[in-house]
Design a binder for this molecule. Structure first.
Ligand SMILES: Cc1cc2nc3c(=O)[nH]c(=O)nc-3n(C[C@H](O)[C@H](O)[C@H](O)COP(=O)(O)OP(=O)(O)OC[C@H]3O[C@@H](n4cnc5c(N)ncnc54)[C@H](O)[C@@H]3O)c2cc1C
Length: 288
């Protein structure tokens, strides 16, 4: 265990990670912090990098399966400052704002462009890092600029043209603090949001403890279909289950732990490999 300086100890979160995680898995972590301002964030990042810990920013925790995290400084965005400003054709938002809050506020201003993200239980920083999307649209399509605190503790602004995005990934290191998003004037935003939410409700087990799609879709097929055709829809391993509604959703049925979740991942990968010779790649970030 690496000694934590007194000034950082005050920012340490002692709660179990399961309280934060959308899949309700995770114990108390050795290096879990919730800074309240950018100076504190910088101090945590510099201390972590000096001690060779991986820096893991977290937002909505809707895409992270957390193990013991012995080599990781987990840094929550929850207590950092929040800002949301609308212009005639854009919005400037803090990375720690929930994406549903941002899109509802945009709709109130008759600004459109974010509706496809409705129902994703995430914060903007996580949405950008994961290049999240739905309905053939990704956040990178509407991003203009992002502001990041890099691993040297410096605040840097990038234009979207300087960033590399691919499927469910943005190749950027550091903590995303804010972004500007391109929007357009429209009055039918609420209607669009309703349509996206209905679609999501019909196809995803939204009331369960899950992390959305666990695996990336291979280029030629949907991971959910492959898992389904491998006969695993509804399959249970201890307290973990492959959803009966959407086979790419792995669900914690109550008291599952990290080991059970990783074991179900292993079983799913193995069966799909046996049946289709396809190596499923994780979309969810697993921290050992
Ligand atoms: C019910 C459900 C439905 C979902 N539907 C979709 C969907 O339709 N489309 C889709 O793409 N995803 C979907 N997801 C997955 C998930 O919501 C997205 O990946 C989302 O972008 C994760 O955001 P988050 O704030 O929860 O990030 P977290 O889970 O907290 O973190 C995810 C990754 O982002 C990084 N990160 C988080 N915040 C920051 C930051 N401020 N700066 C830098 N890096 C950061 C983390 O280090 C980690 O690598 C769904 C998940 C659930 C539970």
């Amino acid at each position: 265990m690496i000694a934590i300086p007194v000034e950082l100890k005050k920012l340490k979160v002692e709660d179990e990670f399961s309280k934060f995680s959308h899949i309700r898995i995770g114990s108390t972590l050795p290096y879990f912090f919730a800074p309240q301002n950018y100076n504190q964030l910088r101090n945590i990042i510099l201390w972590a990098t000096k001690n060779n810990l991986e820096v893991l920013p977290i937002g909505g925790c809707s895409n992270i399966l957390m193990g013991k995290a012995h080599n990781t400084a987990v840094i929550s965005d929850q207590n950092l400052p929040r800002k949301l400003e609308f212009r005639t054709d854009s919005a400037i938002c803090s990375g720690n704002l929930n994406i549903n809050y941002i899109l509802m506020q945009a709709a109130k201003q008759n600004l459109s462009g974010l509706e496809f993200l409705a129902g994703i239980p995430a914060n903007l920083g996580g949405v950008i890092k994961m290049n999240a999307g739905a309905d053939n649209q990704n956040i990178s399509n509407i991003l203009q600029k992002i502001t990041v605190m890099n691993l040297a503790g410096k605040i840097v602004e990038y234009d979207v043209s300087e960033l590399e995005f691919d499927y469910r990934n943005c190749k950027i290191e550091g903590f995303i603090l804010a972004a500007s998003l391109k929007l357009s004037a429209h009055t039918d935003s609420y209607k669009k949001i309703k349509k996206y939410l209905q679609k999501r409700k019909a196809s995803q087990p939204l009331k369960s403890n899950n992390l959305g799609c666990f695996f990336k879709n291979p280029t030629f097929a949907s991971a959910g279909q492959l898992i389904d055709k491998a006969g695993l829809k509804g399959f249970s391993y201890k307290n973990m289950q492959v959803s009966k509604l959407h086979a790419n959703f792995l669900i914690n049925n109550g008291s599952a732990n990290f080991q059970q979740a990783t074991q179900l991942i292993k079983i799913v990968k193995q069966k799909v490999k046996e049946k289709f010779s396809v190596n499923l790649e994780l979309e969810v970030k697993v921290i050992e």
